[in-house]
Design a protein around this ligand. Structure first.
Ligand SMILES: [Zn+2]
Length: 202
């Protein structure tokens, strides 16, 4: 597999052939990582966190669970996860979230990074709205309040996603200098199948 380094607060995207996997590694630990996916043959159909909880009955994925699309079909499956903690509730951070909640100016956030790297692959930026948040620890308290804490991932923790169809995949280590990036936003590493071309915005 080819090794790809993704800088902090940036993104990477690539086409992952059906049956092939990407390994996503939190090299330093404590880093939330946003992932989204679109069918390569029809990027109008998008990964949907909401339909994923409808399909799985869960607000986080366990090993063996799939990410589902707006059409209710699996697009990728979490086949391994050293950390075991992820989240489907939070949308990707963006310019106003990182500014208003984290006090960071001039950042485009995870949504902006995913748009920047997926648009060249043919994905309409407006379609990029939902993500799987790897290593992100979110709970709902009193059936009402969303509570998020620092990611429990250790340095080197890796999650592996296998494409169920030819998929356009975007990955962004979270921009937020908050509990979502314990100790500050850090870079991550990817391993993609040999020969897969990776688009980045750094
Ligand atoms: Zn983010």
């Amino acid at each position: 597999m080819d090794h790809v380094h993704v800088e902090a607060k940036r993104g990477a995207a690539f086409e992952l052939p059906a049956g092939e996997s990407v390994e996503i590694t939190d090299t330093e630990g404590g880093q939330a990582i946003d992932v989204t996916a679109f069918p390569a043959a029809d990027p109008e159909e998008a990964f949907s966190a909401k339909y994923t909880y409808r399909r799985t009955g869960k607000v986080r994925l366990e090993t063996g669970d799939s990410m589902y699309t707006t059409a209710g079909d699996p697009i990728a499956t979490l086949v391994a996860d050293d950390c075991g903690v992820n989240d489907l509730l939070l949308g990707p951070c963006n310019e106003w979230i990182v500014s208003e909640y984290y006090g960071q100016e001039d950042e485009i956030g995870c949504r902006g990074n995913l748009q920047a790297v997926l648009e060249p692959l043919g994905v309409d930026p407006a379609r990029i709205q939902e993500v799987l948040n790897l290593f992100t620890r979110v709970t709902v308290t009193d059936h009402t309040y969303i509570d998020f804490r620092e990611p429990p991932s250790e340095p080197g923790d890796t999650a592996e996603l296998r494409a169920e169809r030819d998929a356009l995949v975007g990955v962004a280590p979270c921009t937020g200098d908050s509990v979502l990036s314990e100790g500050g936003p850090t870079p991550i590493d990817l391993r993609v199948p040999d020969g897969v071309e990776v688009t980045t915005n750094f």
